[in-house]
Design a protein around this ligand. Sequence first.
Ligand code: SAM
Length: 295
Amino acid sequence: MVLDPDSSASPRAASSRVDDSAVAQANNVDIELRLLVEAIYLKYNHDFRDYSVASLRRRVLHAMSQFDCATVSALQEKVLYDPHAFHQLLQYLTVPVSEMFRDPSYFLALRQQVIPVLRTYPSIKVWIAGCSTGEEVYSMAILLREEGLLERTILYATDINPHSLDSARQGIFPIQRIKAYTANYHQAGGLRGLSDYYTAAYDGALFDRSLREHITFADHSLATDSVFSETHLISCRNVLIYFNKRLQDRAFGLFAESLCRRGFLGLGSKETLDFSLHAPAFEPLVKAERIYRKR
Ligand SMILES: C[S@@+](CC[C@H](N)C(=O)[O-])C[C@H]1O[C@@H](n2cnc3c(N)ncnc32)[C@H](O)[C@@H]1O
């Protein structure tokens, strides 16, 4: 007689097997994730290898359901053989979400504490790292215009997502978001009306060409590229949360290298420099907004 091994199993043993298989499945997903990011790096030169595993896993699992792939390996095969699928996946991996004058208290702090120092410089360079679809850089350009500094400023707006950069270059934002942006603008200390800076057409708000003329948009990765210019102010918000500590340190190293002596680094309330190797190179200026000054 052949004994069915399951028939004698206690409920506890059965549940532990279920646990084991759940653990094995989670391990498989982690292995497949590492293979996926390695494949993306080798094929497309986009480096997600040092992104935070938890958020990467969440975004890849979400993409799998949209791509109708049962496993991460199936998704890997798809993006390896189909560059169009990779560009679609990039939309999930990069979280292209932004808003104008996002966290208005951050822009108010820049206006009150950073602008008075920038005003003393004959020319100014500002770097918006991880600019997404451009809302942050247009907000910064408006702030600089109102403070009379835009004419002597170059703004560099960089990102790794080509779709986001294209849309940022156009400077058109959905009209239905303008009400919320206007409220943000006023809370950020805006001196006029936000409508002074755009023309409404159909369902879009087209921001002034005169703002765009001061902005250079570029493909630049904090994971693989080096410093491209000396800067006086760097704003990098809602980007480093997606990186692991090693990659965060790499980014902070780039910022420290790019900033001039006594330059400013703004991270916003969700990120911190506190546990970084590069923390000693900076001192806090506005703690709540995580605005630092290079020593
Ligand atoms: C959530 S958005 C933040 C946009 C804007 N800074 C804000 O706070 O509204 C994150 C952006 O970081 C960009 N990003 C992700 N990894 C990057 C990297 N290695 N180098 C540069 N930008 C990156 C993404 O493409 C995305 O546009």
